[in-house]
Design a protein around this ligand. Structure first.
Ligand SMILES: *[C@@H]1O[C@H](CO)[C@@H](O)[C@H](O)[C@H]1NC(C)=O
Ligand SMILES: *[C@@H]1O[C@H](CO)[C@@H](O)[C@H](O)[C@H]1NC(C)=O
Length: 175
């Protein structure tokens, strides 16, 4: 009985999440749109059409994503391992379950990004502005937080995370 309820709730939760997201874009070049970025509109995440990068693979894109505006991007289950995402502006992005292993986020602006269940092992947040983002169940082993610019409330939330290394904790200023 208990198990049945659990299965039921897992299903309703995932269908709830699926309902919130628009259907996958059918544009054939939707993954390539990341290299152009979201150039129109404000950094406010208000676009009539989000960048749909779900399930795309940018593994080892050494420079093509640098400095791009990935605002209002849907990035769930995409792979960015080893990509250069320095100086990107990611505002209101949805990156649940995405993989960012070893990504260079130096000098980036990361605002209101949902990194739930994301893999951020070894990601570099050097001099990165981190605000209003969530990291529930994210993997943050060996992530580098050097001169990361983060507000007090966000810091308290991030410090709760046990996957952050001792070095990362002291860089962040966790107590
Ligand atoms: C990360 O990006 C910054 C800014 O573009 C650059 O100066 C730095 O060399 C990069 N680090 C690595 C390890 O590639
Ligand atoms: C930190 O990680 C744990 C375990 O993966 C997770 O349950 C928790 O939600 C995370 N907390 C925050 C605030 O990121």
């Amino acid at each position: 009985m208990f198990l049945l309820q659990l299965v039921y709730c897992t299903t309703c939760l995932s269908s709830f999440l699926l309902q919130r997201l628009p259907p996958l874009s059918t544009e054939s070049n939707r993954c390539e749109r990341a290299f152009v970025g979201n150039t129109i509109g404000q950094a406010n995440g208000v676009y009539d059409k989000p960048l749909d990068l779900r399930f795309c693979d940018y593994t080892n894109e050494k420079s093509n994503l640098k400095g791009k505006s990935l605002t209002a991007a849907l990035m769930s289950d995409a792979k960015f391992d080893g990509a250069d995402m320095s100086e990107v502006v990611m505002s209101k992005a949805y990156a649940v379950g995405a993989s960012f292993k070893g990504v260079n986020f130096s000098n980036a602006v990361i605002d209101r990004v949902n990194f739930e269940k994301a893999n951020l092992q070894g990601a570099v947040f050097k001099n990165t502005i981190l605000s209003g983002s969530t990291f529930g169940d994210a993997q943050l082993e060996d992530a580098v937080f050097e001169d990361t610019i983060i507000g007090y409330i966000d810091l308290q939330k991030l410090c709760v995370n046990t996957t952050i290394s001792q070095e990362g904790r002291s860089e962040l200023g966790c107590r």
